[in-house]
Design a protein around this ligand. Structure first.
Ligand code: ADP
Ligand code: ZN
Length: 208
C-alpha cells in the first residue's frame, strides 16, 4: 500500500504515521525528518535548506523531488510506504504521480486554533525524531527521549513566527492538493482531533 498523509502542520501526520507503521510493515518516509537529518549532518543539502526550515518556508520543488526520488528507490520502499509531508505542492504531486502513484491519500482535518496549540507544545527527539507534546504526551523524564535517550527539544520552526508562515504556506500551496487528489478518487478524509489512539482507530476503520 502506497499512502500519502496530508494535512496542515501539526495535524498529527507524523505521530499517526509512527503508530500506523507499527501495525503495517511499511516505511514511514517524512521529508521533514530527512531534511532535519541533512541539517544535523551538515551535508550539502543540509547547508542549503537550514535557513528555509528554520523560517518555516518550503524547500524548492527540485531539491525536494530529488530527495524523495532517491529515498523511494531504496529496497525497503519497493512495495509500499507512508509519505508524510510530501507532496506539499502541485508540481510535487505531479512528479510523484509519474514516479510511483499513491493508492490512497489520507487527509487529516484539524482546525487552525488546534494546530497552533499543538505546535507550540510539540517537542521532538533530536536523535531519533520521536514526537512528544508537553501537554498531552510528555517524555517520562523531561528533555530525554523514552525511546533512545536522545535530547528532546523544540524545533526552530515550532516558534510562533514560523508557525504562522507554515500555516500560510499550507493554505496557499498544499491545501489545493485536497481537491487535486479528490478529483482523482484517492482521497480519504479523517477527523484529526482527539487522542492519537482514537485517530488511529478512525484511520484503520476508514481504510478497512
Ligand atoms: P510540519 O508538517 O510539522 O510542518 P515537517 O517536519 O513535515 O513539518 O517539515 C518541516 C519543514 O521541512 C517544512 O516546513 C519545510 O521547510 C521542509 N519540507 C518538508 N517537506 C517538504 C516538501 N514536501 N516540500 C518543501 N519543503 C518541505
Ligand atoms: Zn529518540
Amino acid at each position: 500500500m502506497k499512502m500519502i498523509f496530508l494535512g496542515p502542520p501539526g495535524a498529527g501526520k507524523g505521530t499517526l504515521a509512527d503508530l500506523a507503521v507499527e501495525e503495517r510493515k511499511l516505511p514511514h518516509i517524512s521529508t521533514g525528518d530527512l531534511f532535519r537529518a541533512a541539517v544535523k549532518n551538515e551535508t550539502e543539502l543540509g547547508l542549503k535548506v537550514k535557513g528555509i526550515l528554520a523560517s518555516g518556508g518550503l524547500v524548492p520543488d527540485d531539491l525536494t523531488i530529488a530527495l524523495v526520488k532517491e529515498r523511494l528507490s531504496a529496497p525497503d520502499a519497493a512495495s509500499g510506504w507512508i509519505l508524510d509531508g510530501f507532496p506539499r505542492t502541485i508540481p510535487q504531486a505531479e512528479a510523484l504521480e509519474a514516479l510511483a502513484p499513491a493508492d490512497r491519500v489520507v487527509n487529516f482535518e484539524v482546525a487552525d486554533e488546534v494546530v497552533v496549540g499543538r505546535l507550540s507544545t510539540r517537542r521532538v527527539c533530536r536523535a531519533c525524531g520521536k514526537i512528544y507534546n508537553t501537554k498531552t504526551m510528555p517524555p517520562k523524564k523531561e528533555g530525554v527521549c523514552d525511546a533512545c535517550g536522545g535530547e528532546v527539544y523544540t524545533r526552530d520552526d515550532d516558534k510562533e513566527a514560523s508557525i504562522r508562515t507554515r500555516l500560510e504556506n499550507y493554505r496557499r500551496q498544499t491545501a489545493p492538493l485536497i481537491q487535486w487528489y479528490g478529483a482523482r478518487g484517492k482521497l480519504l478524509t479523517i477527523d484529526g482531533v482527539g487522542d492519537p489512539k482514537v485517530v488511529l482507530e478512525r484511520f484503520n476503520k476508514a481504510l478497512a
